[in-house]
Design a protein around this ligand. Structure first.
Ligand code: ADP
Ligand code: MG
Length: 677
């Protein structure tokens, strides 16, 4: 019997060369191997006699070799055989197979799988020796994509069969539990070994989904366990600076802010701030996610936390923004909200000659600020993640004050049930209501042929509203980095736009912004956007990330089909920020129905959370609303959208956690989790 954690070297038929080959493909244990599932099954199960063979139909038959010959044409080798059973004869050919000629001895009997062609012959048939249980013929046959240098698909298949036939099932306790809880589970829940056997060698394809579901359950249980482990370690190993508040007042915090906020907080902001302040008072470091749609007002919440750390406790705090523009903008809005707070910009440029302020300070910067954490020694760090901020730079060194309290800001809505079960190590605050007085942005999907009309409409609208327009050129590649081709596209678009307006509305100034502009020029453009000397800004998707341009009321998105819904939603969030009427024009020439449908949905729904739900039901888990950006994409079998299964996994976990059960999968991801390395 084989155990999951055993090395593949113990498998019968795996010698050193093969083992090396498998190792190269990251396959070390029996489990590693079993988790390489077939990408599809080929149905060779139809058993026929030679007279029943039909042109184009894949079938298996049993026949004798009555003649076999091999010929060479140049370096190419061809084998030709005549095969016979009691009902007739058929001719078979193999090309470039030097072994088949000597394997198929005259008079020997085999199974053959293949398709009869128009000439009523068969080429490249799969050959297998006669036995009660075939592997490569006469059944649903798994096709794999992991084949190594010295390994043919047949060899891999044989090894998998050898293992699945002799598999020890280690998760006994889970299986017992599953048997006892049949009513909580989907009807056909299988044992683990049976599931793996089915996934590799199904008797029929209807069995496959249930088997996959079983692996999904294992995976979810492993993830839940991982999350619990992080939480436990977090509490044990880390301590932080407990922030003191006047009279421990976390509810009526506006009473201790020296300057009145320029607006009254929404109930959701109020609640989130209260939750944040509660956590900050603890000596267990906070690990909290603040979720709120674009424009929902997350900045002020974080700002109050920073104020408490810096002004009330005389410690440093840090806000990390995904871009320089965003960092600058945060400073602008925070200075307005908290005039007495000492704030300093810290991007790559400033880190070069950095010395820490004597005065307690809030440092706001790009990820460059993370290299200065030891000097800054913050007690509170906020990551403004929006939705596209890498998770790699998350390691946080241990400060003299212990682990800093951490808050991550995100515009990606994550279903609450997911958070509570799979990410229980994170606390969650949600801003689910927009500040009052926001008018939903009117959105239209427009064919490229209507472009000229739209430009005229933009001219008229800008003249009437004294607003600002953003024209975003296509996302060239789905990467968070701005690529050279994206810059090239922006330059082209800038030229044509400038030309158009020089002719049709020369009073408008057209500007260009992209990440490859020299720093000085970039600063100048940013300044001109903010002081409104630029009326129309052509840009790469850099503006996507959180820029607050109060005058902007029109956004045009070129080749909208290249953007995901999450990105589109972020972009649309750039306009109407001051409560004015605003417009979003999606240009697209795509005629693919799914694409059109997706963009149509976008024009009809302005609520980010609802949009995410629709995206989810439309597209399933795969690339759900920017979810991957959170590092949450590493599920191989389960789906984020299968809420039912997640719930039953949660129930099982409660019963399993104190037993001898061990998770099948090992998760090493540490997203949202500062470490000491
Ligand atoms: P985001 O959640 O996208 O980071 P911001 O914090 O940038 O949103 O807020 C968006 C805009 O809404 C800002 O201009 C901010 O001043 C304003 N704002 C935030 N909260 C309120 C509120 N309660 N009432 C009115 N305006 C608000
Ligand atoms: Mg923001």
């Amino acid at each position: 019997m084989y155990r999951f954690d055993e090395s593949i070297n113990v498998v019968k038929g795996v010698g050193p060369t093969l083992a090396k080959d498998l190792n190269k493909k990251d396959i070390f244990t029996i489990l590693d191997l079993l988790l390489r599932l077939p990408f599809r099954y080929e149905d060779r199960s139809q058993m026929v006699t030679i007279d029943q063979l039909e042109i184009g139909e894949l079938a298996t038959f049993r026949a004798h070799v009555i003649s076999i010959s091999t010929s060479y044409r140049g370096r190419r080798v061809m084998a030709r055989a005549t095969l016979q059973d009691t009902t007739g004869k058929v001719t078979a050919f193999w090309f470039n197979n030097r072994y088949i000629g000597s394997q198929l001895k005259k008079g020997s009997e085999w199974y053959f799988s293949g398709k009869l062609n128009e000439k009523r012959t068969i080429t490249q048939a799969t050959v297998e020796k006669i036995s009660n249980e075939t592997i490569h013929t006469g059944r649903l046959v798994p096709l794999y994509s992991v084949i190594g240098e010295h390994m043919k698909i047949g060899t891999f298949r044989r090894i998998v069969k050898e293992i699945t036939d002799r598999l020890d099932d280690p998760t006994q306790s889970l299986d017992t539990l599953l048997n006892e809880n049949k009513e909580n589970l989907p009807e056909k829940t299988l044992s683990l070994s049976k599931s793996l056997r089915t996934l590799h060698f199904p008797e029929n394809t209807e069995d496959v989904p249930a088997a996959r579901e079983r692996l999904a359950l294992e995976e979810l249980l492993s993830l839940i366990q991982h999350s619990h482990k992080i939480k436990a370690e977090w509490k044990d190993k880390h301590s932080s600076f407990p922030i003191k508040l006047p009279d421990e007042n976390t509810k009526d915090f506006e009473s201790w802010l020296p300057d009145k906020l320029p607006f009254s907080l929404t109930q959701a902001q109020d609640r989130s701030t209260h939750e944040l302040l509660e956590d900050l008072q603890n000596d267990i470091p906070m690990n909290r996610l603040l979720i709120g749609d674009v424009g929902s007002g997350k900045t002020v919440v974080v700002g109050i936390g920073c104020f408490a750390a810096v002004e009330l406790n005389k410690k440093n705090a840090v806000i990390v923004a995904p871009t320089q523009i965003l960092a600058q903008q945060h400073i602008k809005s925070l200075e307005k909200l908290f005039p007495s707070l000492s704030i300093q910009l810290l991007t790559t440029k400033e880190t070069k000659k950095f010395t820490v302020n004597k005065k307690p300070t809030l440092y706001v910067g790009t990820h460059a600020v993370l290299n200065k954490l030891e000097e800054i020694d913050p007690v509170f760090i906020a990551y403004d993640e929006q939705h596209r901020f890498g998770v790699k730079q998350r390691s946080v060194p241990l400060m003299s004050h212990g682990t800093p309290h951490i808050m991550t800001l995100s515009a990606t809505p994550i279903p609450r049930s997911l958070m509570l079960t799979l990410f229980s190590h994170l606390s969650l605050s949600v801003i689910d209501k927009m500040p009052p007085g926001r008018i939903p942005t009117k959105s239209w999907l427009i064919k490229d042929s209507k472009k000229q009309d739209s430009l005229a409409w933009i001219t008229k609208t800008l003249q009437e509203t004294k607003g600002q327009a953003l024209i975003v050129c296509p996302f060239i590649e789905p990467s968070s980095q701005e690529t050279l081709s994206a810059v090239a596209a922006a330059k082209d678009l800038f030229k044509s736009t400038k030309k158009y307006y020089a002719k049709n509305a020369p009073e408008f100034k057209v500007g260009l912004l992209h990440g490859k502009l020299p720093a000085k020029e970039k600063q100048q453009v940013i300044k001109e956007i903010f002081d409104h000397s630029i009326d129309i800004l052509v840009t790469t998707p850099v503006v996507e990330v959180g820029v607050d341009l109060p005058k902007a009321n029109i956004i045009v998105i070129e080749a909208a089909e290249r953007f995901g819904l999450a990105s589109l939603h972020q972009l649309r969030g750039r306009v109407g920020r001051a409560g004015q009427e605003s417009f979003c024009l999606l240009f697209s020439n795509s005629s693919a129905p799914e694409t059109k449908n997706r963009l149509k949905i976008f024009t009809q729904e302005t609520n980010g959370l609802k949009l995410a739900e629709k995206d989810l039901s439309n597209r399933g888990a795969g690339d759900l609303f920017g979810f991957q950006q959170h590092g949450f994409d590493s599920l191989r079998f389960a789906s984020w959208t299968n809420i039912e299964l997640i719930k039953s996994a949660h129930t099982f976990f409660q019963q399993l956690k104190d037993t001898t059960w061990k998770p099948l999968f090992v998760f090493s991801r540490k997203e949202q989790t500062p470490t000491n390395n």
